[in-house]
Design a protein around this ligand. Structure first.
Ligand code: GSH
Length: 231
């Protein structure tokens, strides 16, 4: 039974943390992956995108925009948001750092070379990864608060993304690797990762598909970068 619909491009991108939170809550969902500019324009014309941005999550009579709000909504619904206000603030702060840490993985397919993408990941591992590792050292199971929170889920989503791009990247971070293993073997998340709902790792074709839907320019290293720009 599908009870949530997640509209985005035909890929993971900024909708992926919401997919992991839906999976953690074991909420069945449907991906609507836009591939044509007309589909995006129709959505914009419908006024269902308050800031003309995707993703859009339809869930229990709500239409949610902003992935940070989606994951918090799902965290509250599934009780993945700590037990009191101070703990929730810590979870929010750590989740904010995870969002910063996740950026180089999201931007990897937009980089001119794999070496540049890797250099960006390595820099973020030094800046953020080491700090997450320290929070998990000595067998601490959760990156924030005293039990599983959405910060753990988004961190495992980010480290999984990193490891898919650069398989050796967690080698020097055994606590992060163990944390990733724990979260990804959660039954809901494991099912999602093995399912048809999981888009493949983004590549140049994904970058082209997004630029086409948005009628935007491609990064300058692509051939004919303005091929989809119509105005
Ligand atoms: N902070 C927002 C960012 C959303 C966002 O930038 N969406 C992009 C696609 S990844 C978009 O819809 N861009 C079209 C636009 O801004 O006009 C979120 O996480 O939901």
């Amino acid at each position: 039974m599908t009870i949530a619909t997640l509209t985005y491009f035909a890929g993971r991108g900024r909708a992926e943390t919401t997919r992991w939170m839906l999976a953690d809550n074991e909420i069945p969902f449907r991906n609507v992956g836009l591939t044509e500019p007309e589909d995006f324009e129709a959505l914009r014309a419908s006024s269902r995108l308050p800031f003309n941005q995707l993703p859009l999550l339809e869930f229990e009579a709500l239409e949610l925009f902003q992935s940070s709000a989606m994951i918090r909504h799902l965290a509250r619904r599934g009780d993945f948001y700590g037990d009191e206000d101070t703990e929730r603030t810590v979870i929010d702060m750590v989740a904010g750092a995870v969002a910063d840490f996740a950026e180089p993985a999201l931007s990897a397919p937009f980089q001119p070379t794999p070496a540049q993408a890797r250099a960006n990941l390595d820099a973020a591992m030094r800046k953020f990864g080491e700090r997450f590792e320290a929070r998990l050292a000595d067998g601490r199971e959760h990156v924030a608060g005293g039990r599983l929170s959405f910060a753990d889920v988004v961190l495992a989503e980010a480290t999984t993304h990193y490891a898919e791009i650069a398989s050796d990247i967690l080698e020097k971070n055994p606590w992060l690797a163990a944390h990733r293993e724990r979260v990804t073997t959660d039954p809901g998340i494991a099912d999602y990762l093995a399912s048809q709902q999981r888009w493949p790792l983004a590549d140049a074709n994904h970058v082209i598909s997004v630029a086409k839907v948005l009628r935007r320019a491609l990064p300058p290293h692509f051939p004919n970068p303005d091929r989809f720009v119509t105005v």
